[in-house]
Design a protein around this ligand. Structure first.
Ligand SMILES: N[C@@H](CCC(=O)N[C@@H](CS)C(=O)NCC(=O)O)C(=O)O
Length: 193
């Protein structure tokens, strides 16, 4: 297996953290999606990371699909529908954050403040759903919901520190501090912005 990724992509980090947690070896190769990297486009018409290349030539896009493969390689049964919905909820934070990050990179006249505000509101509202998230248990791997949430929150810290997501979410802030110390998170941290 080989994962095409960027060190700053939260979706790729989610996959890498899960592989680390479940003890699945996952070699990686950096590509540049924003420069239409030919290696990436040869593997995926969509041209987004992550992409997983399997040894039999199969190419798989989308972090949730790739997480399915990693769970399977780890000999785990599929996550429940409820867990998958919670994972999607955590990923919505990532989607909204990425929208704001990419909007901010546009020239001023090409951004919509209203659209960005709407996504920040979605982030704040969604985080409320995780105030009682399960704490990591010693000796047990993180599950997909925990991995999705941790990588989403870490992405907010990385790219949108000004939105101050910790305000009103003390328990979640303490949760992230504990999870961030795990080798899976420490070894996949993005380079300084
Ligand atoms: N739903 C996809 C989202 C992947 C995604 O949006 N990746 C971003 C990087 S964080 C990307 O490659 N963007 C390049 C582009 O949009 O051109 C997944 O879960 O894998």
């Amino acid at each position: 297996m080989l994962l095409l990724y960027t060190p700053t992509s939260p979706y790729a980090r989610k996959v890498r953290v899960l592989a680390h947690e479940l003890g699945v070896p996952l070699p990686v190769k950096p590509v540049d999606p924003l420069a239409d990297d030919p290696v990436l486009l040869a593997a995926s018409v969509v041209g987004r990371v992550p992409v997983l290349l399997l040894d039999d030539g199969t190419r798989l896009i989308d972090s949730r699909v790739i997480c399915d493969v990693i769970e399977d390689r780890a000999g785990r049964g599929p996550s429940t529908f409820e867990a998958r919905a919670q994972e999607a909820t955590a990923e919505a934070v990532m989607d909204s954050a990425l929208f704001v990050v990419m909007s901010r990179r546009r020239p001023e006249g090409e951004r919509s403040a209203a659209a960005m505000d709407r996504e920040v509101t979605r982030i704040r509202r969604t985080l409320g759903a995780f105030d009682g998230v399960r704490s990591p248990v010693d000796g047990e791997p993180l599950d997909r919901v925990q991995v999705g949430l941790a990588t989403s929150l870490a992405y907010l810290d990385f790219r949108l520190p000004d939105i101050d997501w910790r305000r009103g979410h003390d328990a979640l802030a303490a949760w992230l501090a504990a999870v961030s110390a795990r080798p899976s998170m420490a070894s996949t941290a993005p380079p300084s912005p």
